[in-house]
Design a protein around this ligand. Structure first.
Ligand SMILES: [Zn+2]
Length: 173
């Protein structure tokens, strides 16, 4: 009975063990349990390594929260367009380029043609804003994975304890 109970986490098919009772089955089972144990050890070590990496990355991602520079929702981008005059060079593919500031601070986006220092100020603020939002999105994914690993390590430790120490208790009713 004990061998069958201990077999729950063993990758050997249950049929294999019941077909080879006694010494041969036990030997196979012991080998299998040893291999299983080392597999668990390495996978847990890998999980802990991954957790350590993720926590470093998380710390790094959230450093933007300590910054104090102003942020602005929007984007500065190059616009390339045709003006519509059939004789213009843009009709032959040489599009007119201009720098456009898409302001998204209000309810509706508006496109503005800014220049010089003001353009550069808004470029800086919008880049800082998008950098912060990218970091936030990545931090959400990192947090999710951190909790998955946290839970997996908890389960593995409980499972390991069951395999080692459950035999010291009377069987469950
Ligand atoms: Zn044109």
């Amino acid at each position: 009975m004990r061998a069958a109970g201990a077999h729950t986490s063993c990758p050997l098919p249950r049929r294999f063990v019941s077909r080879f009772p006694g010494f041969l089955g036990n030997a196979a089972h012991v080998l299998c349990r040893t291999a299983d144990y080392y597999m668990q050890m390495t996978s847990r070590a890998k999980l802990r390594q991954r957790l350590d990496l993720l926590l470093d990355e998380h710390r790094h991602l959230l450093e933007v929260a300590f910054e104090r520079t102003p942020l602005w929702r929007g984007i500065v981008h190059e616009s390339r367009r045709r003006c519509g005059k059939p004789t213009c060079c843009c009709a032959r593919g040489e599009l007119h380029t201009s720098t456009v500031f898409s302001d998204r601070s209000g309810e509706r986006q508006r496109n503005l043609a800014l220049k010089g220092k003001i353009l550069e100020r808004f470029r800086g603020m919008t880049e800082a804003y998008r950098h912060l939002r990218r970091n936030r999105a990545r931090a959400v994914a990192v947090q999710r994975e951190v909790l998955e690993i946290f839970d997996a390590l908890e389960v593995a430790r409980r499972q390991g304890a069951l395999e080692r120490y459950a035999r010291d208790l009377p069987p469950q009713p």
